[in-house]
Design a protein around this ligand. Structure first.
Ligand SMILES: [Zn+2]
Ligand SMILES: [Zn+2]
Length: 268
C-alpha cells in the first residue's frame, strides 16, 4: 500500500477506535445495567409493557455499526478542515483557557439540541422521511441499540453538527469529544426503555427542561410530537410536545419515597 493511503487508513482508524469504543461501552453498558442487572429493581419504571425481540436489537446494532463508520469518516474530515485552517474560531478558542472550555461544552450541548430538533422535524417531512428517518422509526418500541440505528442520510445529518458548529462558535479542539460523549450517554438512555428521571411530589419530572425516556418513547410510539432529544424547550415553544406527556411520565416515573401511585391517564 502506498504510504499516503496507509497514513489515511491509520488516521481513519484513529477516529474509528474511540468512536466505536464509546458506542460499545455505553450502549452495552446501558443495556447490561438496565435490561439485565437492574431489571427486577426497575420493573415499575418500565415505560412499555412489551420488550422488543432480540432480532430487533441485533438489526439495530448492525445499522449502528454503519453509523459509527460514518461518524468516524466525518470525524476525519474535520481533522483535515482544522489542519487546513478552516476553523479559525477553534484555533482562537484553544488559547482561551479552562473557563471557556467549560462554557463551550454547555453551548455545544445547547447548540446540538437545536440542531437536532430542527433537522429531526425536517426529516419528518413526508418528502424526506423515507430516505432519512424510516430506519430509526422501524423501532416502534426502542432499545438502547435504537439510538444510532439510522439511515445513511440521518447519520450524516446528525454528525453534520460536528462539522458546522466549530465554524460558527469558538469551540476548543477537544471540547467536541466531550459533547459527543454526553450525546451518546444521554441518547442511549433516552432509548433505554426505563424512566430514570426522579419525579417531584406532583408527579412532574424533577428537571422538567430535560427530555426524559418517556418523552422520547412517545415520539417512537406516535411520531408527530416530541422531536427534541435533550431539552424540552423547543417542543414547548413550537407546540410540538405530546399533550399526554406529563400524564405518561407520571405513570412510569420514579415516585417520591412513600408515594406509590400518582395520577395516571384517564381511560381512553
Ligand atoms: Zn423521528
Ligand atoms: Zn429515537
Amino acid at each position: 500500500m502506498d504510504s499516503a493511503l496507509a497514513n489515511l487508513v491509520h488516521m481513519w482508524l484513529r477516529e474509528l477506535t474511540p468512536t466505536l469504543s464509546r458506542y460499545m461501552i455505553f450502549t452495552f453498558g446501558v443495556w447490561l445495567a438496565l435490561w439485565v442487572v437492574l431489571k427486577p429493581v426497575l420493573a415499575p419504571r418500565k415505560v412499555r409493557e412489551a420488550t422488543p425481540p432480540a432480532h430487533q436489537l441485533a438489526t439495530e446494532f448492525l445499522y449502528s455499526m454503519r453509523s459509527m463508520v460514518i461518524f468516524a469518516t466525518v470525524g476525519l474530515l474535520t481533522v483535515f478542515i482544522y489542519r487546513a485552517g478552516l476553523y479559525p474560531l477553534s484555533h482562537l478558542a484553544d488559547q482561551w483557557g479552562p473557563a471557556w472550555f467549560a462554557l463551550s461544552l454547555v453551548a455545544g450541548i445547547v447548540g446540538l439540541d437545536a440542531w437536532f430538533y430542527w433537522t429531526h422535524r425536517l426529516m419528518h417531512d413526508p418528502r424526506l422521511f423515507r430516505r432519512f428517518h424510516r430506519r430509526h422509526h422501524r423501532s416502534n418500541n426502542p432499545s438502547p441499540f435504537t439510538a444510532y440505528s439510522f439511515d445513511i442520510p440521518e447519520a450524516l445529518t446528525l454528525v453534520g453538527f460536528v462539522v458546522v458548529w466549530p465554524m460558527v462558535f469558538p469551540m476548543p479542539s477537544y471540547a467536541m469529544q466531550w459533547v459527543m460523549l454526553y450525546q451518546i450517554v444521554t441518547n442511549t438512555l433516552l432509548h433505554g426503555g426505563y424512566e430514570l428521571m426522579p419525579a417531584r411530589r406532583d408527579g412532574r419530572p424533577m428537571l422538567d427542561f430535560i427530555v426524559t425516556t418517556t418523552h422520547h418513547d412517545l415520539h417512537h410510539a406516535q411520531a408527530g410530537y416530541n422531536y427534541a432529544a435533550w431539552f424540552t424547550w423547543w417542543d414547548r415553544w413550537m407546540g410540538t410536545e405530546h399533550p399526554d406527556y406529563h400524564a405518561r411520565y407520571a405513570q412510569a416515573a420514579w415516585r417520591p419515597a412513600g408515594q406509590r401511585e400518582v395520577s395516571v391517564l384517564p381511560a381512553e
